[in-house]
Ligand binder design. Structure first.
Ligand code: C5P
Length: 224
């Protein structure tokens, strides 16, 4: 039978991407981290569309969209993000990008610009896509929809350890403030706000580890 299309949405640092990646591998599906696209646009803006006060000039960014070519390339079985031919997969995780991405992601023109890229990749089926509005807007007809959440403290702790491991100098409180502010902007924006689709299964992993979360999600997916 046909390979499924799976949408995984939820709050930042609930493990959406790393969990989706593992599930994709287990089930033989493609994994696409849609947050990377918003981060890619933000990375471009930080290089080319700043005001004198070093804040992103959203108008300039919107008029520059035709000059932004984002694509995923398969590097060792992992989709890595390229901006105008340059691999930026590492750079898009930098804190400066995390701090600015939600401002960029709330603009309708920018969301529209990325919508087609996302839907085109999903057309072939057999994909697991993670983000904020996949089940609600990008792929409303997905075969399975999950919505992931966990307590703020637990999420801050996880993200902090991840950044520390990557050699970033930061502290839990700073990380927590970034999460809170992103969650707020993402949930309150007018276009495609972060919310659970009415037909999505809620996965709260505050008290379960990564392996248990993966097993829980897999328990809902029928053999294909
Ligand atoms: O998933 P990640 O944390 O990398 O996403 C970064 C940001 O991109 C989110 O905080 C959100 O503002 C935006 N985003 C979005 N819609 C998606 C995926 C990400 O608005 N589908």
């Amino acid at each position: 039978t046909k390979k499924p299309v799976i949408a995984i949405d939820g709050f930042s640092s609930t493990g959406k991407s790393s969990i989706s990646k593992i599930i994709a591998k287990k089930l033989g599906l493609i994994h696409m981290d849609t947050g990377a696209l918003y981060r890619g646009v933000t990375f471009f803006a930080l290089q080319h569309c700043l005001n004198e006060d070093k804040n992103i000039n959203i108008e300039k960014l919107i008029s520059s969209l035709p000059y932004i070519k984002l694509e995923f390339q398969d590097i060792d079985n992992e989709l890595q993000l390229f901006l105008n031919g340059k691999n930026i997969d590492r750079e898009i995780r930098f804190p400066q990008v995390s701090d600015n991405v939600s401002q960029v992601a709330k603009e309708a023109e920018i969301r529209n610009f990325l919508l087609e890229t996302q839907r085109n990749i999903a057309k072939k089926g057999g994909i697991i896509m993670d983000g904020r509005d996949i089940g609600t807007v990008v792929l409303p007809n997905a075969d399975y929809k999950f919505f992931m959440t966990a307590s703020q403290d637990e999420r801050a702790k996880r993200r902090f350890l991840e950044l520390e491991l990557a050699g970033e100098k930061t502290d839990v409180e700073t990380v927590k403030q970034n999460l809170i502010s992103r969650d707020k902007i993402d949930s309150e924006r007018e276009v495609s706000p972060l919310k659970q689709a009415h037909d999505a299964i809620l996965i709260d992993n505050t008290n379960i580890n990564k392996e248990q979360t993966i097993d829980l999600i897999l328990s809902y997916i029928k053999k294909f």
